[in-house]
Ligand binder design. Structure first.
Ligand code: SF4
Length: 246
């Protein structure tokens, strides 16, 4: 009896694309893990130990003064400010012109002096003694929410205050951290920095946050430049997808 040959089965719809995606993934180099990056960059550049300032308001003011200028200039402005006005109350009692004059080395003095006074006034409303130690005990997200409710305080400033003064595991994403993290494939290239804070922070163990921040800044300043990164001399080159590097 003649038997008819069974018709060959058609592959399920989309199977070809799925197979291609799987092959592509298998071929893509494995990305570095945060732990590996920290180890390699620590070895390449060294890293100063974390030394919390225990002075959240100082950190808030310093971060405000550091906008759009170098660390050297903002440090100089901060030094003049606290030399002329030894307490936060003294700053609030001073004339805007005197504040502006004190912080002039940090640039944008007219704008920054207004922001500084508005910021300190708001802090005083919530904490009349300017003691922000309570941020140490709040859940991390609540502490961030409290800080970002202050005028002119965004996620980066809030994270700087929490990390550098109170040793809380909040990750500040500055221009270097953002650029290097995107090139290494940790966050999509078009993701805004504000969103990258949460994404990157969720990839890290709390004890990795400070090291990751400091190491990526050093790497951005010394090797992974915005223009013409030195990939040939980079310790991460073998498994860096170099997203966006031309
Ligand atoms: S290989 Fe190039 S793009 Fe990747 S981290 Fe190193 S310097 Fe940056």
């Amino acid at each position: 009896m003649a038997t008819s040959k069974p018709a060959p089965k058609r592959p399920p719809k989309g199977a070809g694309r799925a197979a291609t995606d799987a092959t592509r993934r298998a071929k893509a180099p494995r990305l570095w893990t945060p732990a590996e990056i920290i180890e390699l960059l620590d070895e390449a550049y060294g890293r100063a130990p974390q030394q919390p300032s225990h002075a959240p308001v100082f950190e808030l003011v310093l971060t405000l003064l550091s906008q759009h200028t170098s660390d050297h200039n903002s440090g100089h402005a901060m030094h003049r400010l606290i030399e002329r006005f030894p307490t936060w109350h003294a700053i609030l009692a001073a004339s805007p012109a005197a504040i502006e004059d004190a912080i002039r080395p940090g640039g944008l003095a007219p704008t920054k002096s207004k922001r500084l006074l508005a910021l300190l006034e708001e802090v005083k409303q919530h904490a009349p003694d300017f003691d922000l130690e309570f941020l140490r005990d709040l859940p991390l997200e609540d502490a961030k929410r409290w800080l970002t409710s202050l005028p002119g305080v965004g996620p980066k400033t809030a994270a700087c205050v929490l990390l550098f003064s109170l040793e809380r595991p909040a990750l500040p994403v500055d221009t270097h951290v953002e650029r290097v993290a995107k090139r290494l494939g940790f966050v999509p290239p078009k993701m805004p920095a504000d969103k990258a804070h949460a994404v990157l922070e969720s990839m890290l163990e709390p004890e990795q946050v400070y090291a990751f921040h400091v190491d990526l800044i050093q790497h951005g300043r010394r090797t992974c430049y915005a223009r013409k990164p030195r990939c040939g001399e980079c310790v991460l080159e073998t498994r860096c997808p170099k997203v966006g590097v031309k």
